[in-house]
Design a protein around this ligand. Structure first.
Ligand code: SF4
Length: 276
């Protein structure tokens, strides 16, 4: 099934939204720190001063750590440098700032789904800046149940091989892809089953297909496992007869199998647009 590909410009703008909100979150923490310093210097007696001093010191350390992490994220995204030793710190900084970025986005009337898809783009780009060479058995494709045709009687969530391959939905193509590449495929009804599958398969990398909300929660949940997130397409609205660009899933699997030898999703999209 041919899916519309996002323009390269959109991808860049999407990443900027999330990075902008992370920067605004740091600015907000700095503002709180300055308010703390102001109160410390002007308002309270000795007792409260020590508490404030502790808060100011805590915020200063927090700002220092997340600023280093965010600098690493931005430089990796701009291809300035890949900081292999800083991956953990970069992930931690994003995790700390993410809830604050959502609140600031809400104040600025930026729709949640746009912020979340921006986060997914940033996550994918950071994952693609690394090199992988993972055994196919240790790669898991996690697909949502809503990809299955709503009137299909076969229970693919218990076992994907229950699919009768009528070709009416993308479960059929994903199953063939998993057989061809030798990777695991699980179809899940939600976060609880997805977590169960991760515990069961113990993957070293995941290609996750879902909507903005489920993908974001899944990526945050499975951190620090490397995840490439691919948004499903919802021509009939959410949670019913959705589809996915299986070629993108295949590219993501190849990336984990061959590392940088495989093309990144963005390179793949670029090639698709110019007809390679
Ligand atoms: S491809 Fe498989 S899962 Fe999809 S509708 Fe046909 S039998 Fe059902």
């Amino acid at each position: 099934m041919q899916m519309p590909k996002p323009a390269e410009g959109n991808i860049r703008i999407k990443k900027r939204i999330f990075i902008g909100l992370l920067t605004a979150s740091i600015a907000f923490i700095v503002l709180m720190l300055l308010v703390g310093v102001f109160i410390y210097l002007n308002k309270f007696g000795n007792w409260y001063r020590y508490i404030l001093l502790f808060i100011v010191a805590f915020l200063s350390v927090l700002i220092f750590i997340v600023s280093i992490g965010l600098t690493g994220v931005v430089m990796t995204l701009w291809h300035v440098k890949t900081f292999f030793g800083l991956q953990g710190l970069m992930n931690t900084s994003i995790n700390i700032l993410f809830p604050m970025a959502l609140v600031i986005g809400k104040i600025l009337h930026i729709p949640k789904d746009i912020i979340k898809s921006s986060y997914i783009e940033v996550n994918n780009k950071l994952t693609q800046s690394r090199v992988f060479n993972i055994d196919s058995k240790k790669i898991l494709i996690l697909a949502p149940h809503c990809l299955q045709k709503w009137d299909c009687p076969y229970k693919v969530t218990t076992d994907v091989s229950n699919c009768h391959h009528c070709g009416r939905c993308d479960i059929d193509r994903l199953w063939k892809l998993s057989q061809q590449k030798g990777v695991n495929l699980a179809v899940v009804t939600g976060g609880t089953l997805a977590r169960k599958m991760v515990v069961e398969y113990k993957p070293r990398a995941i290609v996750a297909i879902a909507c903005e909300r489920d993908l974001t929660e899944g990526i945050l949940d499975t951190n620090p496992l490397p995840v490439i997130g691919i948004l499903n397409v919802r021509p009939e609205g959410p949670c019913k007869n959705t589809c996915v660009d299986v070629d993108r899933v295949s590219e993501a699997v190849d990336f984990f199998l061959k590392g940088k030898a495989g093309r990144s999703i963005e390179e793949f999209e670029k090639c698709q647009r110019i007809g390679h």
